[in-house]
Design a protein around this ligand. Structure first.
Ligand code: ADP
Length: 266
């Protein structure tokens, strides 16, 4: 995929893609997010790390409306015609706004979430054709090109159950790319994979980073985060404990909780 193919690549490198402010979320009496801020610039890769249950997935899902925060704002940069959008979750948020938010990013899930009854090709073209109303022939050509790119051209007519976990996740990534989102969101994309399949998937994500895709990645793979991410956000107990350049946060964290976490995982 050439960088000119995707809306995320247009414009100056430092343009803000997304700004989230003061996100808060509780499930019943369980407060899972407090005052979370996230800033993502064009072409930036942000890794979200932290212990299990610290709220990483809830942040990621809040950025694209799969989860609706109780308070806070999410703003996509630019004017409205450039894809700009601002949502204040402190007010009543309608279905249309959530749909608009969901349009701007694409999620790659931990368990792939492919449609089991559809072929690989159909899984990939479903969103562009049914949701984005793009011409089917164009969507198919694009899907074939993307599948070729991740080494799965010969699997276009296979069903998900016929693929390994690593192959399914590469289809999951292709399905997200086919939507041409401004932002790619990865929710622990390799944690369900057998160890020998992790490298392939991380390799694809690394290539996307090198091409300039804007991404937020929830991951436990700290070596990968250090290598690929520009910025690391460390969360614990529903708050951001520390953030900064990946090498700094991972090699010389300033907060005790970050130090403990990084030490345990290395
Ligand atoms: P992480 O991704 O860091 O493991 P999560 O965002 O998945 O953390 O979860 C944070 C907290 O929110 C956990 O206590 C979890 O049980 C809770 N939680 C997440 N989703 C739901 C939900 N749909 N309903 C109730 N509780 C939830």
């Amino acid at each position: 995929m050439s960088p000119t193919d995707v809306p995320s690549q247009a414009g100056p490198a430092a343009a803000p893609v997304l700004q989230a402010r003061n996100l808060a979320k509780a499930f019943g009496s369980n407060v899972v997010l407090r005052d979370i801020d996230v800033d993502i610039r064009r072409g930036q890769v942000v890794a979200l790390i932290g212990p299990s249950g610290s709220g990483k997935t809830t942040v990621l899902r809040s950025l694209n409306g799969l989860e609706v925060p109780d308070a806070g704002t999410v703003t996509f940069g630019g004017t409205e015609s450039e894809g700009g959008l601002s949502i204040d979750f402190g007010k009543k948020v309608g279905k249309k706004e959530i749909a608009a938010l969901r349009d701007r990013s694409a999620m790659v899930f931990q368990h792939y979430n492919l449609f089991p009854h559809m072929t690989v090709l159909k899984n990939v073209v479903e969103g562009p054709v049914q949701v984005q109303k793009r011409p089917r022939a164009e969507a198919i050509a694009e899907a074939e090109r993307l599948l070729e790119r991740v080494g799965l051209a010969d699997k276009r007519d296979a069903y998900p159950f016929e693929l390994s976990g690593g192959q399914q996740q590469r289809v999951g990534i292709v399905r997200a790319l086919a939507l041409k989102p401004q932002l790619l969101l990865f929710d622990e994309p390799t944690s369900a994979l057998d160890p020998e399949l992790v490298g392939d998937v991380l390799g694809v994500i690394k290539e996307l980073a090198e091409e300039g895709w804007t991404m937020v990645i929830v991951t436990h793979e700290l070596a990968f985060a250090r290598h690929v991410a520009d910025e690391v956000i460390f969360m614990d107990g529903g708050v951001v404990v520390e953030r900064g350049p990946a090498a700094e946060v991972l090699s010389s964290p300033t907060q005790e909780r970050t130090k403990l976490f990084v030490k345990r995982l290395q």
